[in-house]
Design a protein around this ligand. Structure first.
Ligand code: GLA
Length: 734
C-alpha cells in the first residue's frame, strides 16, 4: 500500500498490494487526467498515456482548438459545458441558468487513515491500515470545488473513492449530477457484467459487449432494487471465473443510482457510478458542501474469482461492523411462510417449542404483530403490539420463548405507512406525495417521508419503545415498495429534487441509531427479499434476506449472483416448506438444507406441520450448520460450476484461510447429467497438502484435486445434492 506524488512529472500513484492507480496534472492549465489503472507497476513513467503531446492540442498551447483536447483528454472527474461532450461526472446549474464548469487542480494532501462520510455508510480501517489522497480541483469562475478522495488499504486491492462538492463562491447553485467516480480508459473490447433480476429472481448474471455509445444500469426507485445491483464490471473478452481482466465497481449506496459506460469516437470508455441524476437536484448555497456516496473499485487479473475474493474480504473487514461481524449467527425460524398474518401467542409458542427440541436457536416473529394488522392493508406506522393476537404483549411472549431456550426476533417495516393507520390519520403529510395528486399505492401502502427529521424521530420513538419492552435480540428491517409520486410537504419547490437522497440519509440515520443504541441486536435488512442488497446496507446489518424465493433450485442462480459480490456470511438463506410457496416446486428437504447452508441458515416453515420425515432431518442439518459455519463465514469462496452452464451441475466450494479444510457442495439439477461420474476441478487448496474426503481412508493431493479434479458420481433422484468435507492430513482438529 502506498500513495506517492511525483513532483517532477506531477503524477499521483496509488498502490494496493497488486494494483496501481495513476493520475496526472496536465499542462499549465492544470486539468487532472487519468493515466492508468490496472496491474501494479513500479514506476511513474507511464504519464505518456495522457497523450498531451499528440494532437488534439494542449489548450494552453493551442487555445484555438481547446474543444478537441477536452473531448479526447482522459479526464479524472469530467464536467459539463466546456467542450468535453462525453458524459459528465458533475453537472451544475447556476442562478443564471448556465451549466459550464471546468475543474482544474489546486492542491492535494496525503494522510494516514480515512474520514467518515457524513450521514453515509463508508468503508473504514484500523490504524496504519489505510492511506488517503485528497485532491482539490476548482472552477475558478464559479468558486466551486470538487474534493476527490481515494483510499488504499494495506490488506486489499479495493480502492475506495468518493467526492465532496463545496460551494466556495458567492452565489448559490444547483448540483444536477454528482458521480462518485469516473474513470476514462482505452476500450479493450470490454464487456459489461451486471447482476440483473426481478422480485424472486434476483441477481442473475448478465454480460454484453460495449459498443459505441452508452451502456448502463440505473435504479429510479429510491432503493437499489431487485432489477440491477449497484455494481458493474468491465471485463476483457473471454473472461472466465479464473482468467481475464476485470474492473469492478460497487456503489456503497442503497437508493437510486446509475452506473454507465460511454464509448467515445476515439474508442475510449468513460465509466461512471453515482447517484441517479434524473430525479436529483441539490441546492448548494455559498459555504455549503455535498458529499456523494462511496464507490468501491477493484481490478483483478485473476478473472471473476479474483474480484469476488477481494470484494468478500474487503466487505468482511472494512464494511461490516458490530457484534456479529465475526460471529456465528443463531439458527432462526421465521413464521412468515408458516402462518402469514394468521398467528397468536399460542401458535408462535407451539412453533417455538417444537423448534427448541430440534436445535433451532431463535424465533423471529414476522409481519402482523402490530396495530390491527391482519392483512396487508393496514397499520404500518402503528408500532405497538396487537394485544388481541398477543395477550400480555411482547414481555409475556418473549419471556415464554426465552424460557423454551430460544432467542426472540421481530419484524419492522419502518419506512412505510398504511393509509389505514393511526399514524396516517394524525400525520397525512408524512407520506411522500405530490399535492393534488393521488399517489400510486403498492402493496396497499405509502412511503414515509424520511427526508424529514421529525418523521424519523417519530418512528424511532415507537421502535425504541418496542425494543426496550422485551428481550429482543434480532430485528428484520423490511422495505416493501419503491418510491414514486415524489413530493415532500417539508421541502420548498427548488429543493424537491433532494428528496430521494435525503430520504436515504434518513434511513441511514435510523439504522445507525438502531445499531448504536442496541449494539447487541442482530440486524437483518430485507426489501421484499433482495430489493436492497448492497454494500451500503451491509454497513448497518451483517446479513440481508437474499430473496423471497426460497425454492432450492431457483436459489442456485440467485445465490451464485449474490455471492459473486457479497460474502456468504451476509446472505440470508432458509429452508422452507414444499411445494414451494413462491413457485410451487417440490425439492428434497436435504437439498434445501444444503442450499441454505451456503448462507446464514435458518427455517421458514411451520415446524409443527411439516412431514415427520422432514422434521427428523432438522437436527442433522443444524449439526452441519455448526460444523461448517466458521468455514462458510470466514473462508474463501469459489464458484466451481454453475447449473445454468454446466449440464445442470451447480457446485461451490469454501476453503479455510489456512487451506487445512474445505467444503464442497454439489447440487444436481438434471436427473441424468450425462450419466457419468463428473470431474470437478476444485480451487484454492494447498497443492502440497493431502486431503481426506469425508473421513475416507484415501488421501488426495491438493494439486490433483485442483488440476486433475475430484470425481463426483451421478446422484439418484430429483434435485439431489451433497456436501463433502475435505480435511488436510495431520489436521485432526476438525
Ligand atoms: C416481504 C419480506 C418477507 C416477509 C413479508 C412480510 O415480502 O421479504 O420475508 O417479511 O415482506 O410482509
Amino acid at each position: 500500500m502506498g500513495i506517492i506524488y511525483d513532483e517532477t512529472g506531477r503524477v499521483f500513484k496509488l498502490d494496493t498490494p497488486h494494483t496501481s492507480y495513476m493520475m496526472g496534472i496536465a499542462d499549465e492549465e492544470g486539468f487532472l487526467g487519468h493515466i492508468y489503472y490496472g496491474k501494479r507497476i513500479s514506476s511513474c513513467d507511464v504519464s505518456y498515456l495522457l497523450r498531451i503531446q499528440e494532437p488534439p492540442f494542449v489548450p494552453s498551447k493551442n487555445n484555438g482548438d481547446r474543444i478537441s483536447f477536452l473531448d479526447a483528454f482522459p479526464m479524472e472527474y469530467p464536467t459539463h459545458g466546456i467542450g468535453d461532450f462525453r458524459e459528465a461526472a458533475l453537472r451544475i446549474r447556476t442562478q443564471g441558468g448556465h451549466k459550464a464548469c471546468a475543474l482544474t487542480y489546486v492542491s492535494h494532501r496525503i494522510y494516514e487513515g480515512k474520514k467518515k462520510l457524513p450521514g453515509l455508510p463508508a468503508s473504514f480501517a484500523g490504524e496504519g491500515e489505510c492511506e488517503t489522497l485528497e485532491i482539490v480541483c476548482r472552477d475558478k469562475s464559479l468558486g466551486l470545488e470538487a474534493v476527490l478522495s481515494y483510499s488504499v488499504f494495506e490488506d486489499s486491492d479495493v480502492t475506495a473513492r468518493h467526492v465532496e462538492i463545496r460551494n466556495q463562491g458567492g452565489e448559490k447553485l444547483w448540483l444536477e449530477k454528482v458521480s462518485s467516480m469516473s474513470l476514462d480508459m482505452d476500450n479493450r473490447d470490454f464487456e459489461a457484467l451486471t447482476l440483473h433480476g426481478s422480485w424472486a429472481r434476483e441477481c442473475h448474471r448478465q454480460t454484453g459487449r460495449l459498443g459505441n455509445g452508452f451502456r448502463g444500469i440505473a435504479s429510479r426507485r429510491g432503493m437499489s432494487g431487485h432489477q440491477d445491483h449497484p455494481f458493474m464490471a468491465l471485463v476483457t473478452e473471454h473472461t472466465t471465473q479464473e482468467r481475464g481482466e476485470v474492473y469492478g465497481v460497487q456503489l456503497m449506496y442503497s437508493g437510486s443510482y446509475e452506473i454507465l459506460a460511454d464509448v467515445s469516437q476515439h474508442n475510449t470508455v468513460r465509466w461512471q457510478a453515482g447517484l441517479e441524476s434524473q430525479d436529483f437536484c441539490w441546492e448548494l448555497n455559498p459555504g455549503e458542501s455535498f458529499c456523494a456516496p462511496e464507490a468501491l473499485l477493484i481490478y483483478s487479473d485473476r478473472g471473476l474469482d479474483g474480484m469476488t475474493a477481494d470484494f468478500h474480504d474487503f466487505i468482511r473487514e472494512h464494511v461490516i461492523r458490530g457484534k456479529y461481524k465475526n460471529r456465528k449467527r443463531p439458527v432462526l425460524i421465521n413464521n412468515w411462510e408458516a402462518t402469514y398474518f394468521d398467528f397468536n401467542t399460542e401458535k408462535l409458542l407451539s412453533i417455538a417449542k417444537e423448534a427448541a427440541g430440534l436445535g433451532i436457536e431463535m424465533l423471529v416473529m414476522d409481519d402482523g404483530w402490530f396495530g390491527h394488522r391482519s392483512r396487508a392493508d393496514s397499520s404500518l406506522g402503528d408500532w405497538y403490539v396487537n394485544e388481541e393476537k398477543l395477550p400480555g404483549g411482547l414481555p409475556r411472549l418473549v419471556e415464554e420463548v426465552n424460557r423454551l431456550g430460544l432467542k426472540f426476533g421481530i419484524w419492522f417495516e419502518p419506512e412505510m405507512i398504511s393509509p389505514e393507520s393511526e399514524l396516517y390519520r394524525k400525520h397525512p403529510d408524512w407520506a411522500i406525495a405530490v399535492p393534488g395528486r393521488t399517489p400510486s399505492m403498492a402493496r396497499e401502502q405509502l412511503v414515509l417521508d424520511f427526508s424529514r427529521p421529525e418523521v424519523v424521530e417519530g418512528i424511532w420513538e415507537q421502535m425504541e419503545a418496542v425494543l426496550k419492552s422485551a428481550n429482543i435480540e434480532y430485528v428484520k428491517w423490511d422495505m416493501n415498495r419503491p418510491l414514486c409520486d415524489l413530493g415532500s410537504a417539508a421541502l420548498p419547490p427548488q429543493r424537491q429534487g433532494e428528496l430521494l437522497h435525503r430520504y436515504m440519509l434518513g434511513v441511514y440515520e435510523l439504522q445507525e441509531r438502531l445499531v448504536t443504541r442496541f449494539p447487541d441486536i442482530l440486524l437483518e435488512n430485507c426489501a421484499s427479499g433482495g430489493g436492497r442488497y448492497d454494500a451500503g446496507m451491509l454497513y448497518y446489518s451483517p446479513q440481508i434476506w437474499c430473496s423471497d424465493d426460497t425454492d432450492a433450485i431457483e436459489r442456485l442462480a440467485i445465490q451464485e449472483g449474490t455471492a459473486m459480490l457479497y460474502p456468504l456470511s451476509t446472505m440470508g438463506a432458509h429452508v422452507s416448506d414444499c411445494p414451494n410457496h413462491t413457485i410451487g416446486r417440490t425439492t428434497p428437504f436435504e437439498t434445501r438444507g444444503y442450499v441454505a447452508l451456503a448462507g446464514t441458515f435458518g427455517y421458514e416453515l411451520d415446524v409443527t406441520r411439516i412431514p415427520e420425515t422432514d422434521r427428523e432431518q432438522i437436527p442433522g442439518q443444524i449439526a452441519l450448520y455448526h460444523k461448517y459455519n466458521d468455514l462458510v463465514r470466514e473462508g474463501d469462496y469459489y464458484r466451481i460450476s454453475s447449473a445454468a452452464q454446466s449440464c445442470g451441475c451447480d457446485c461451490w466450494q469454501v476453503v479455510s484461510k489456512d487451506k487445512k479444510e474445505s467444503m464442497v457442495t454439489v447440487i444436481q439439477v438434471l436427473c441424468a447429467p450425462g450419466n457419468r461420474t463428473r470431474i470437478l476441478h476444485l480451487k484454492g487448496l494447498d497443492p502440497e497438502k493431502r486431503y481426506r474426503i469425508d473421513g475416507e481412508d484415501t488421501l488426495i493431493k491438493g494439486d490433483s484435486l485442483m488440476y486433475a479434479g475430484l470425481p463426483v458420481p451421478a446422484m439418484k433422484g430429483d434435485f439431489a445434492g451433497k456436501v463433502m468435507h475435505l480435511v488436510a492430513e495431520n489436521d485432526k482438529t476438525k
